[in-house]
Design a protein around this ligand. Structure first.
Ligand code: ADP
Ligand code: ADP
Length: 223
C-alpha cells in the first residue's frame, strides 16, 4: 500500500524533517507512527498525501511512484486517502450532514446516495441523529468524530490520522481507536501518528518510530 525507500525531506529554508526513511505498510495493515514532537510524523503523512514532495528517495502508493503524479492528478490520488487531523477543519457554518457530504459532492454522487452514505458514516462514529446540528454545537469529541466521518464517507482504501486523539480524554481516545480498528477490519489500511505511548501500548499493532527524522529499527523501538 505504502512504500518509502530512502526518503528524505528538507524544507525550503533548510530544515531537515526526514532522512533516509524506509518502511512498508501492507495493504489492509494498521500501524502506529510515533516519535517526539518535531520527529517528522506530520511530514511523513504529508508525503503520502502529496501535500509535500520528497527531496530524495522514493514514495510509492499502491505501486505508483508519487513523483510521477502530476499536480493535476493529485486530487484523484487523494480520493483514495481519508485524512484525519487533530484540528479537524470543519466548516462551522454548515450542518454536520453538509460537512460529511463534502467529499461525495466532489465525486458527483446522487442526493439519495449521498444521504445514505452520510447517514452510514455518522452511524459508524456514533453520531446518528446529529445530521442537522452545526459542529459549533457539538463537544470536542463529537467534532472530532464528524471529521472522522467525513474522512471515511467515501470508504477510502487508506486512512491517515495525525494526532487524532490529541484533544480527547483517555476514554474518548480509546473509542476513536476502536473506530480505526473497525475501519481496518472493513479492509482499509490505517496509519495513525500519535505521541500517546499509553494508547499504543493498549493496542496490538506494529509501531514505526521516528527519531529526529530517522526511522528506528524494530529492536530500537523501546528506546
Ligand atoms: P505536530 O502537532 O505534528 O507536532 P507542529 O506543531 O510541529 O505539529 O506543526 C504544526 C504545523 O506547522 C504543521 O502543518 C507543520 O508542517 C507546520 N510547521 C511546523 N514547523 C514549521 C516550521 N518550522 N516552519 C513552518 N511550518 C512549520
Ligand atoms: P512531528 O509531526 O513529528 O511533530 P513535523 O513533521 O511536523 O514533526 O516536523 C519535522 C521537522 O520539520 C520539525 O523540525 C519542523 O519544525 C520542520 N517542519 C515541519 N513543517 C515545516 C515547514 N512547512 N517548513 C519548515 N519546516 C518544517
Amino acid at each position: 500500500m505504502i512504500r518509502f525507500e530512502q526518503v528524505s525531506k528538507v524544507y525550503p529554508g533548510g530544515q531537515k524533517a526526514l532522512s533516509g526513511v524506509s518502511f512498508h505498510l501492507k495493504k489492509g495493515e494498521m500501524a502506529f507512527l510515533t516519535g517526539h514532537s518535531g520527529a517528522g510524523k506530520s511530514t511523513l503523512l504529508k508525503l503520502i498525501s502529496v501535500i509535500e514532495r520528497a527531496s530524495a528517495g522514493r514514495v510509492s502508493i499502491n505501486g505508483h511512484d508519487v513523483a510521477q503524479v502530476s499536480p493535476a492528478q493529485v486530487p484523484y490520488l487523494r480520493r483514495d486517502i481519508g485524512i484525519i487531523f487533530q484540528n479537524h477543519q470543519l466548516l462551522m457554518d454548515r450542518s454536520v450532514h453538509d460537512n460529511v457530504a463534502l467529499p461525495l459532492l466532489i465525486e458527483g454522487f446522487s442526493q439519495k446516495e449521498i444521504n445514505k452514505r452520510v447517514s452510514g458514516a455518522l452511524d459508524m462514529v456514533g453520531l446518528h441523529g446529529k445530521e442537522k446540528h452545526n459542529p459549533i454545537m457539538l463537544s470536542g469529541g463529537e467534532q472530532q468524530r464528524v471529521g472522522i466521518a467525513r474522512a471515511i464517507v467515501n470508504k477510502p482504501p487508506l486512512i491517515l490520522a495525525d494526532e487524532p486523539t490529541g484533544n480527547l480524554d483517555p476514554k474518548l481516545s480509546m473509542d476513536i481507536m476502536g473506530l480505526f480498528e473497525l475501519l481496518n477490519d472493513a479492509g482499509s489500511s490505517v496509519l495513525v501518528a500519535t505521541h500517546d505511548l499509553g494508547l499504543i501500548a493498549r493496542m496490538k499493532y506494529r509501531t514505526l518510530t521516528l527519531k529526529q527524522g530517522q526511522m528506528l529499527f524494530a529492536e530500537e523501538h523501546q528506546l
